[in-house]
Design a protein around this ligand. Structure first.
Ligand code: ADP
Ligand code: ASP
Ligand code: MG
Length: 456
């Protein structure tokens, strides 16, 4: 059994959905279980509708519904079209109701917002099941909201694995045994209190690996729009190349520090259950992609990838009063815990603590809470850059090579992760492209441009 997950860009048009269905069809002998993201940028549109006033929100939904209906109609026979369009409309009615209920104040992070965002995967999974049937592949749509159970952290819930496993094991094997392909939406789930949840943006990858672990899949395939996990984000560094293999630990670090190609939680179930993950390009299905396993063969390449995360805020906290007082860090982190905001990097001195956060919706409350016992300064507009590779821990001089490459670029913070498979640093966003380009060129000189060409 194989889990095959298709991302939004792999489903952005009717043609792309047909291509994805052809990939599934070719894998028929391996019992594919299909997980789909929302079509194209549907989730962004739904989030924009939630964020807008009522009139604008309704207009966004109407445009999205028209585009989705056109895609749906292009994929199925005339006889099926009305049935599919009726299902699409029913989901859009739910979306319109949620936006209407929120009124002009928009939707905050909540079960309602999750229910709205879930509309994208509810639709794409129905559409994909119909499109598979059109090709003659028997497909059964499964409602992922009834299978995936999570805690109630709306906007980024974590799965309750045992109950999810039981449900998947009850629902999926009978479909396979009947000779059909199960198709379900990624990203969407239900909390143990019954409210709608999502697994966080990009969370369909996590759905796929949860399904793979629960069902003991031989492999989880993540079909996306690039040739696998690459030495850097190809949208920033055009000379980046794809990697043949990567360890699950490297992939985890890479995803956590911004390698958008995989959701950071994807690797957890795979590590625990020993399931390999393969990242593949849906526009070039013949490629080898990247295989991610627990123990890949030794590689001469120490650094595997240079990743980055934008929109970082650096928070400097000073307190001479608290100098070396025990409990100071605990007090600081309790505030982040209370506001459910995770911290990426930390560095301390005797009188100060600097740390980075990547979401700012709770920032003003966090700053005011910190301000009660320390002097605080927040600087937005930063980026984290991180080089990742398991062999960094055995290799001398990696940090020195990173910082040599960055000569002249102001570095605000440095971190060597405890797992010692990464070296990370913080720069101004203005210097991000130069920093990633220079570090990438330092570790992948064979990929860098010919002498004399500018390296940005
Ligand atoms: P999907 O819609 O398939 O989930 P995403 O947009 O979430 O696709 O992820 C794929 C994108 O991740 C690529 O288009 C690429 O720009 C970006 N990316 C960032 N870092 C990397 C990396 N190290 N290797 C590959 N892709 C990366
Ligand atoms: N559709 C969701 C998103 O855009 C989940 C995913 O694509 O993985 O974030
Ligand atoms: Mg993604």
């Amino acid at each position: 059994m194989l889990v095959m997950k298709f991302g939004g860009t792999s489903l952005a048009t009717a043609g792309a959905i047909e291509r994805a269905c052809a990939i599934v069809e070719r894998a028929r002998q391996r019992d594919p279980v299909v997980v789909v993201s929302a079509i194209g940028d549907t989730t962004d549109q739904l989030a924009a509708a939630a964020d807008s006033d009522l009139e604008r929100g309704r207009a966004i939904l109407a445009d999205l519904r028209n585009a989705t209906e056109a895609t749906a109609r292009a994929l199925v026979s005339e006889a099926d079209a009305d049935g599919l369009v009726a299902r699409v409309r029913a989901v859009f009615e739910d979306a319109a109701e949620l936006v209407g209920r929120a009124g002009s104040s928009g939707l905050e992070q909540s079960a309602e917002l999750d229910a709205l965002l879930a509309c994208g995967e509810r639709i794409s999974s129905e559409v994909t099941a119909f499109a598979l049937r059109k090709r003659g592949v028997t497909a059964t749509h499964l409602d992922a909201r009834k299978l995936f159970v999570t805690d109630s952290r709306h906007g980024g819930a974590d799965a309750l694995f045992e109950v999810t496993k039981q449900r998947l094991r009850a629902a999926v094997p009978p479909v396979l045994a009947a000779g059909a392909v199960p198709v379900m939406g990624g990203f969407i789930a239900t909390a143990d209190d019954g409210s709608a949840t999502t697994l966080g943006r990009g969370g369909s990858d996590f759905t796929a690996s949860l399904a793979g672990a629960a069902l003991d899949a031989e492999e989880v395939q993540i079909w996306t729009d690039v040739d696998g996990v690459m030495t850097a984000d190809p949208s920033l560094i055009s000379s980046a190349r794809s990697l043949d293999v990567l360890s699950l630990l490297e992939a985890s670090e890479l995803a956590y520090f911004g390698g958008r190609v995989l959701h950071p939680a994807t690797m957890h179930p795979a590590i625990e259950h020993g399931i390999p993950i393969r990242v593949l390009n849906s526009t070039r299905p013949g490629g080898r992609g990247t295989l991610i396993v627990k123990h890949p063969p030794e590689s001469a390449q120490v650094v595997k990838s240079v990743v980055y995360k934008e929109n970082i805020t650096l928070i400097d906290i000073y307190s001479t009063r608290m100098l070396m007082a025990h409990g100071f860090l605990a007090r600081i982190f309790a505030i982040f815990e209370r506001h459910k905001t995770s911290v990426d990097m930390v560095s301390t001195s005797e009188v100060s603590v600097s740390l980075t956060v990547d979401r700012s919706d709770k920032l003003s409350q966090i700053l005011s809470d910190l301000g009660e016992f320390a002097q605080v300064k927040a600087t937005p507009g930063k980026a984290i850059v991180c080089v990742v590779g398991e062999r960094i821990r055995y290799t001398l001089g990696i940090a020195a090579r990173v910082f040599q490459a960055l000569e002249g670029i102001h570095i605000r913070m440095i971190s060597l992760g405890a797992s010692r498979v990464n070296v990370g640093f913080v720069v101004d966003e203005d210097h991000l492209a130069a920093a990633v380009g220079r570090v990438h060129a330092a570790f992948f000189p064979e990929l860098s441009r010919p002498p004399g060409a500018s390296q940005q």
